[in-house]
Design a protein around this ligand. Structure first.
Ligand code: ZN
Length: 289
């Protein structure tokens, strides 16, 4: 199983000299398997380059696209995903329609004039749409996937993907603790409120978790639907995950500030004597499990 980050920034795409190291595309992650099937998590701006890359691959034409939710940073790249316009691709799209009747209704909000020049009628690939909720489970010969509801304004789904004995969990746009709190309270608050999320992630090889803000900046953004780096780190520690990837960085943060966020997180994990290995996700980072 291979993982590639194509977009790791939260809220809005950023570009410029201060965003060269970690990148500025909004969320999109590819998980691929040796039977040539491909899972895509979210269609942020990073999916545009993933689509172009998929055109070059001879055999990877079966795609499962899962949306965490439909805030614009997670869907903005969808009209530019070239495989939709190619007949050789077979694409299954999954998401929670929330207050709409279907996810097609949500996709049609952006794939239609005046917001975009073409509509879904222009798609040439085989596309199937699936409305799912937090009870959803799905399995192929290569992988299984299950979901859980996270804490965000308009519900977000978290995904767990298993392949043989390896597990990846994707928790973007998840506010773990929705009030002002000190570092000393993190463990108690997480254990009191999130036993279900902790057991969902238990022992995962990789946890990709919303770490939009430093613990200091989080105190100015309570209720915005995102977590601090230290809340994510304590959560990963309690769930005994092996590797934590900080994700969905605030667009204000420069490369230096993300370096600091990572350093602060690692110091905290060391202080609590955690075995969790922490890294910052970055656009185009590839992992093999
Ligand atoms: Zn987001």
């Amino acid at each position: 199983m291979k993982v590639k980050f194509w977009g790791t920034r939260g809220s809005i795409t950023v570009t410029g000299l201060h965003h060269c190291k970690y990148g500025g595309n909004t969320p999109c992650i590819e998980v691929s398997f040796d039977d040539n099937s491909v899972i895509i998590l979210d269609a942020g701006s990073g999916i545009r380059e993933l689509g172009l890359d998929l055109l070059k691959r001879v055999s990877q034409k079966k795609i499962f696209l899962f949306f965490s939710h439909f805030h614009t940073d997670h869907i903005i790249g969808l009209p530019f995903f070239t495989p939709f316009y190619r007949p050789e691709f077979d694409i299954d799209v999954y998401g929670n329609p929330y207050v709409y009747n279907s996810i097609e209704d949500i996709i049609d909000l952006i794939l239609k004039p005046p917001l975009f020049a073409v509509t879904r009628d222009e798609f040439k690939s085989i596309v199937k749409y699936h409305n799912i909720d937090n009870q959803f489970k799905f399995e192929t010969e290569k992988f299984s996937i299950e979901v859980i509801q996270l804490n965000h304004p308009n519900p977000t789904l978290g995904y767990k993907i298993k392949n043989e004995n390896k597990t990846i969990v994707y928790f973007t746009d998840n506010e773990l603790i929705q009030n002002n709190h000190s570092i000393d309270e993190l463990e108690r608050l997480l254990l009191d409120n999130h036993s279900e999320l902790i057991s969902f992630c238990k022992g995962s090889d990789i946890l990709i978790h919303d770490s939009s803000y430093s613990i200091y900046d989080y105190s100015q953004r309570i209720g915005w639907g995102h977590s601090s780096n230290l809340a994510a780190a304590m959560f990963a520690h309690l769930a005994r995950v092996k590797n934590l990837y900080l994700f969905h960085f605030d667009p204000q943060y420069s490369d230096d500030e993300i370096d600091n966020l990572l350093e602060e997180t690692n110091q905290f994990l060391q202080k609590i004597q955690s075995d969790v290995k922490c890294s910052a996700s970055s656009d185009f980072l590839e992992l093999t499990l």
